[in-house]
Design a binder for this molecule. Sequence first.
Ligand code: ARG
Length: 495
Amino acid sequence: MKTSQKTLWGGRFSTSLTTETIAFTHSIEADTRLIGYDIWGSQAHAIMLARQEIISDADLQEILHWLRKAEADFQNGDFTLDANKEDVHMNVESYLIENAGREFGGKLHTARSRNDQVLVDAHLYIRDEILNIQRGLSALCDAFLQIAKEHADTVMPGYTHTQHAQPISLGFWATAYVSMFLRDQKRLDAAYALANTNPLGACALAGTTFPIDRQLTTKLLGFDAPHEHALDVISSRDFIAETLFALSLVMANLSRISEELVYWTTYEFGMAVLDDAYSFGSSIMPQKKNPDIAELTRGRTGRVYGALLDLLTNLKGLPMGYNRDFQEDKPPLWEAFDVVKACLGMLPGLLKTTDFKTERMAELANANFATATELANYLVKEHHLSFRACHEIVGWLVGELVQQGKTFADWELTQALLKQREFDISISQLKQILDAELAIRNNQSLGGTSPAEVNRMIDVFEEQLNEIALRIYTCETQIEAAHRETLRIVEEVLG
Ligand code: ARG
């Protein structure tokens, strides 16, 4: 079925689009969240056009008046995006033309293309969302640091291959996640920097013959600098890929902590109990208490990976210039932001309210030969033997004890077996060597699990988090100041 409406680009076309074509091609759902950014970009562009005398002051007044009205109407629901007008850009321009008339409204698109316009919107939107995610990650780091401060000398089993490895502290475990998420912050910083250049003025792909001032729009939109190359920026979506990669790793990391919480809260592990407010029951089994939030976080990770793969696949076949394929970049990016924000909204609270079962942790840390390495180290130090020789001796000891169904804590036997290998160690000394708490206290190498090192790392990470908080604040201030300046000019022009 044909529609009666002619599009803004319809000059050379003799018939209008069918409703099916419109339904297939429009991007209204994805674009709705861009309207504020689109209007800000248009305000900056119009102000620049007037400053450069490309349009008149009267044109500017009319354009700014209707842009402001469009935003207000959108807020109060009087202006909704219409799929017949394809996308947010054409909707806003159509609103202007319908209200201000073609003579005024039709001038906004001078020296601009939807190709640079859509990039402006995406750059502005990504900037805000990256800062949101960074704030959420910092809150998560704070939750881990709170655990670390409380538990710098709480022993727990450290695992490799999910098998008892060596004792560590709960605080050491918590700071490991802080260390990990701080790298996510760095990746997001880098993605932010890539998004913080100004595409506006690249126009369709080649720049323009109008005497535009790209520095001015850069300033009004709070970007660091104009993006240097018109054709490159029009063709670029790698800033989105970088963002999605950073978000994918955030999700990988959130999924890993989720996985740990899932099995730590099992009856078998018994190392943590989630707060009731963060747990779910079963419709049939009355006793159940399930870690659904952690599972959903783990389960939603694929959606973010999917977004990255979607975009990377989109990009691989595209020639230089704008391609309509680019329109497909937004839904997965929105999805990724939404998923990560939702997960980050839950996990800090969940962690802060989790009851870590420190007695159970201590029991496990002292069980299952978890301090065997300490005994080997002791033999190396006291008897000046090679580590490999001591590893063999302790390995043999563990093998003997396992065979007899015993543990290190069967002290007489442990002592007797060591004697067979000509080591005379008193039981009280053995208890010290094999004590998990003493073991972690003595692991004082840089970055090790000793409480001293954990406390040092807490200070280092807090310092880094303060720097991140300052950077987020600086970015927000830059964005807000630019927006305020744009709006100040709008008010000044409109009187
Ligand atoms: N809706 C389009 C997108 O998201 C905007 C750019 C359209 N440009 C064009 N030449 N068709 O990519």
